[in-house]
Design a binder for this molecule. Structure first.
Ligand code: C5J
Length: 225
């Protein structure tokens, strides 16, 4: 990386980042959320709503790899014996299949099963960080904080699914830990388009109470500069 700083057009205002202290964090782009027969669909959701985020993430991922940003992928899921899955999470609602039940892509939301894996279009390189998380936030009960500290990361470019659940929870956790979070709007999606819109508004309101919101084109432009 030659030019270490880049300014991204964002709301509520542009933000200048030191790329050497910036990581791209891609939240839960797993088959369990993105494909029919996975966790998301068993909850009654239309997984087709999430497809729109794939291409913008892929373009940012390619650019981030080209300039050498730290790339972090997260996966929500549980150990096969469910010891890290609270009964309050497993028993909730009336899904068609519950966490741990056998489904068409293996046991629902269980580590190591096909459904738990990241979709092929965004598959991590061996050199990239993959964080397995039992919760919605990527910091809770994971090594993410230690890894970011080890790499000297201060800024997070955040995208993934779903906007109002795991993306928002992670951004809130990160904000409280002092990270500048820049959320890539078209690189996020929700089963509920209105929650996506409000989820982004909640981040950038009040002078950016949780962070900044940009889009993939603005990130590409800043990285290219
Ligand atoms: C959900 C997530 N929606 N990755 N998880 O349960 O947002």
């Amino acid at each position: 990386m030659t030019n270490l700083n880049g300014t991204i057009a964002a709301e509520p205002e542009p933000i200048t980042l030191d790329w050497s202290r910036t990581a791209l964090v891609i939240i839960d782009m797993q088959r369990d959320f993105m494909e029919p027969g996975g966790f998301g669909e068993t909850l009654g959701n239309d997984v087709g709503q999430l497809v729109r985020a794939v291409k913008p993430i892929a373009t940012v991922l390619q650019a981030a790899r080209a300039v050498g940003l730290l790339v972090v992928h997260t996966r929500e899921g549980h150990l096969p014996d469910l010891s890290d899955a609270p009964p309050a999470k497993i028993e909730r609602g009336a899904p068609r299949l519950r966490i741990g039940d056998p489904g068409p892509m293996g046991r629902i939301l269980i580590r190591g099963e096909a459904g738990h894996d990241i979709i092929p279009e965004l598959y991590p390189l061996d050199s990239e960080v993959v964080i397995d998380k039992p919760g919605k936030g990527a910091f809770y009960a994971t090594e993410l904080g230690d890894i970011l500290q080890k790499y000297g990361i201060e800024n997070l470019l955040v995208c993934g699914v779903t906007t109002e659940v795991c993306v928002n929870t992670t951004v809130r956790e990160a904000n409280d830990r002092g990270y500048r979070c820049v959320v890539i709007s078209d690189g996020c999606a929700s089963y509920f388009p209105e929650f996506h819109e409000m989820g982004l508004k909640m981040i950038k309101a009040q002078g950016g109470i949780f962070g900044w919101v940009t889009d993939s084109a603005a990130v590409l432009e800043a990285l290219a500069a």
